[in-house]
Design a protein. Structure first.
Length: 301
């Protein structure tokens, strides 16, 4: 019997490694029919389901595997599927158990930050992102996550510090460059802001692939930063809609319409960039620069 189980398991693993998930699933189920407590088969079948987004099916398999063999892998797998299945509180509990096995398990700290962000717990979101930085000072996802976390909460000096640190190590992130430009403007460093934004649009990402660059800035493990992008873009779309409505109304009552000032024009430029429209962004950037030149007594002639 033991030899038969081992043969079934070896074949299932071979099929899984070859990407033949349907056939591997059948083999694991046959094996579990003969030995329901074979924890490696439970674990591997759970992984197959999780990779396909079938977390409702994966959770009981990971749960049973963890009860049979409590280790960091089974615990973390269960936590991830619980999180993906929107069982955030349970996911947090198992992520914390994961850290009892391995205190410096970076993936668990990152997912805890993401889970607490989903629950609106800013304090613990920041704690777990900083935990990652303590373990690995140049960790890309944690630096980006903290940069976005601070930006959304108007903690601009801290955000700028993280952005600068990130871009030195990992240059080319279009989203963070946009935010860097906006923070510089909010701090009164308008010329540096406009120069950075103009250079980025003209040279770094160009007009044809900007939208793709913006959305490709974050990978799946950059959950905190990616969710920030979604929120920022949603707000940007709302603000742009309000401005476009104002423009439409101005056609009927032009005397009531006042054009944007330099800062408003820069804000509009940034909003258009976040929505993947660099052509419009450049129009408002040029307008902002001209408006600033008219009002800046220290400008060069």
């Amino acid at each position: 019997m033991a030899q038969e189980i081992q043969t079934l398991f070896n074949e299932a693993v071979r099929l899984e490694q070859n990407g033949e998930w349907d056939r591997a699933e059948i083999q694991y189920k046959i094996l579990l029919g003969k030995d329901p407590n074979y924890h490696l088969a439970l674990q591997n079948l759970g992984v197959i389901y999780a990779k396909q987004g079938k977390h409702a099916e994966a959770i009981p398999l990971f749960s049973k595997a963890y009860k049979l063999h409590a280790n960091v892998k089974n615990c973390y797998n269960l936590a991830v599927s619980l999180y993906k299945h929107e069982e955030t509180e349970k996911a947090i509990s198992f992520l914390k158990q994961t850290l009892t096995f391995e205190k410096k398990f970076i993936s668990a700290h990152l997912l805890l930050a993401q889970a607490y962000q989903k629950l609106g717990n800013d304090e613990k979101t920041e704690v777990y992102l900083n935990n990652v930085i303590k373990i690995e000072p140049n960790h890309k996802s944690a630096l980006g996550g903290l940069a976005m976390f601070y930006y959304e909460r108007n903690r601009f000096p801290e955000s700028l510090k993280m952005i600068e640190r990130y871009l030195i190590l990992y240059p080319g992130n279009a989203q963070l460059k946009i935010i860097q430009s906006e923070i510089l403007a909010k701090q009164g460093n308008y010329k540096a802001s406009a120069t950075l934004l103009s250079t980025m649009v003209k040279e770094d990402v160009g007009f044809t692939n900007f939208n793709e660059s913006l959305h490709a800035a974050w990978l799946e493990e950059d959950g905190v930063a990616h969710e920030s992008l979604v929120r920022i873009q949603s707000k940007a779309k709302k603000k742009l809609k309000e401005f476009q409505t104002k423009l439409e109304l101005s056609k009927e009552n032009p005397e009531e319409f006042s054009p944007p000032d330099a800062q408003e024009a820069l804000d509009l430029s940034l909003l258009y960039l976040f929505n993947g429209n660099p052509e419009k962004a450049m129009q408002y950037l040029v307008f902002a620069q001209k408006m600033k030149e008219k009002t800046d007594p220290d400008r060069q002639s």
